[in-house]
Write a new protein. Structure first.
Lengths: 175, 323
């Protein structure tokens, strides 16, 4: 059965004088190499240059706050149960009186951790979230030398209260 | 004894006289049994409030084959010889049940992400199986303040669907009634008569019978979601109750203790408050093994194989304590 027309029949016949000289073949190879000097490079000079990402690129997570600055997450656990890599863990706590500005619901996540080494960035957590709290952003989860650095707690996941520190995820919501 | 032949969804069974349609359907199996929110076979005079178990009787009996004019509540209607009943095979019943679910959800807050009952909630299951995905109700839902019933039980009246199961528990398990439903209709609410603490040793069972998250265990409040816990059958020597319970573990820690529920979600044996609230140490219990959980249940999520020994790993244990 022939799958493509590019297959070549292997033969063990002797080389011609031209082939035995090798030089034409070497020149031909050098020509290919030389041609690539003048071609546009396929790589970019990261981190000085960055590629433009797709609108729906799935990078590191963010835990969103609502308009008033209160955390949206209510520690319902649906992200953790939907996570195929089991990267998410959380501990819930009850909101006390006076903390209404900090947490939107009466229950909140006291501990919320994502293991970025386990995470496969599939986006199922944001799909499962009933409170529009967790989103994947366009940022890349940075590399590190220490394994502990990849367990992200709320200090790195929750976005800042200030207007300038908010992370825009409107593109992901529009999908 | 004479047996009555009854056909439910084209499946025939012979049952003794006095059996209700719901009980007969449960004898046949899950595929024909109507759902029930208020009926509880272990509680006398329960049933007849929620209307989720409505069925169509297409043939009254052998002697009087006329169909019943309206849909009937199967938990309160007894079978007759030769009766033919339609449950899921009747589009009329399916449509009526949709309406009942919509009524039950009118005042229900749908705060499942916060509610401790989520994952084992009968109303959640019911609305997933039989309900609509939207509500036509435009008005404000009624809300109540949360009340502590005793020091171990929290009453979240907003979530209550007024099934009266907890009232029956209070009436039938405890001598002297301290807990009931006051007011009528739209403003009816569970009350303990001026927030009287329920001191009875078996009062914790009202948490188990509650089909929604209206009555919750304060010792388990917001501790974890039910699907992160692994249920084990366990027993202990108890002088007040049978001591047979289910312990819900996370790692080697017991988060809560409940009664053992059968396939209809009904508790087999009542357990006392000491077992339920105070015995949270693994040394208190003799483990019998992991509990069989239906693989479609969310509780069986994250348990790749039922019966595997739980292995604690850094991933599954919170490695930091609450500060």
């Amino acid at each position: 059965m022939q799958l493509t027309n590019r297959s070549k029949v292997v033969s063990d016949k002797n080389m011609t004088a031209m082939e035995a000289a090798y030089l034409p073949a070497v020149i031909k190879g050098m020509a290919v190499t030389l041609k690539h000097f003048f071609m546009r490079p396929a790589t970019t000079k990261y981190p000085e240059q960055t590629r433009e990402f797709s609108e729906v690129y799935r990078g590191r997570h963010v835990l969103k706050r609502d308009e008033k600055g209160a955390e949206r997450c209510t520690a319902c656990g649906l992200c953790a149960v939907s996570c195929p890599a089991e990267a998410i863990t959380m501990v819930a706590a009850e909101r006390k009186k006076g903390e209404e500005g900090l947490y939107r619901e009466e229950k909140y996540a006291a501990i919320y951790e994502i293991n970025m080494l386990r995470c496969i960035f599939c986006g199922l957590c944001e799909e499962a979230c009933p409170k529009q709290a967790i989103f994947l952003t366009k940022e890349i989860a940075p590399a590190s030398y220490e394994r502990e650095d990849f367990i992200w707690g709320k200090d790195r996941l929750v976005e800042g209260v200030e207007e300038t520190k908010r992370i825009d995820i409107t593109k992901r919501q529009d999908r | 004894m004479e047996l009555f032949k009854v056909t439910i969804d084209n499946k025939t069974i012979e049952v003794p006289p006095g059996t209700t349609i719901l009980q007969a359907a449960r004898m046949i199996g899950k595929e024909v049994a109507p759902p029930a929110m208020c009926y509880y076979s272990k509680l006398k005079t329960s049933g007849g409030y929620c209307r989720t178990c409505l069925v169509k009787v297409s043939k009254g009996s052998e002697k009087d084959p006329r169909p019943m004019p309206k849909l009937v509540a199967s938990c309160r209607t007894t079978v007759m010889d030769g009766m033919e009943v339609q449950n899921y095979t009747s589009p009329e019943v399916v449509e009526a049940r949709k309406g009942v679910v919509e009524f039950l959800l009118i005042n229900h807050p749908l705060d499942c992400p916060i509610c401790d009952q989520a994952g084992e909630c009968h109303l959640q299951d019911l609305s997933y199986d039989n309900g609509r995905s939207y509500s036509r109700y435009e008005f404000d839902r009624r809300t109540f303040d949360k009340i502590d019933i005793g020091d171990k039980i929290k009453l979240h009246m907003t979530r209550c669907i007024l099934c009266y199961r907890c009232v029956k528990v209070a009436d039938q398990l405890t001598p002297g009634r301290v807990h009931g439903v006051i007011n009528r209709g739209d403003v009816a609410e569970i009350s303990t008569y001026i927030e009287n603490a329920i001191e009875n040793e078996f009062s914790g069972n009202m948490i188990d019978v509650c089909p929604v998250g209206a009555l919750t265990d304060k010792t388990f409040r917001f501790k974890s979601r039910v699907w992160f816990l692994k249920p084990y059958d366990a027993h202990r020597d108890c002088d007040k109750c049978s001591g047979k319970a289910v312990i819900w573990k996370y790692g080697n820690e017991i988060y809560r203790v409940t009664g053992r529920k059968d396939q209809w979600g009904e508790v087999d044996e009542w357990i006392c408050n000491t077992c339920r609230f105070d015995k949270k140490d693994v040394k208190d219990w003799v483990e019998e093994g992991p509990r069989k959980i239906d693989r479609h249940s969310v509780i069986s999520q994250n348990q790749y194989e039922s019966g595997t020994k739980f292995v604690a790993s850094p991933q599954t244990l919170p490695n930091k304590q609450l500060s």
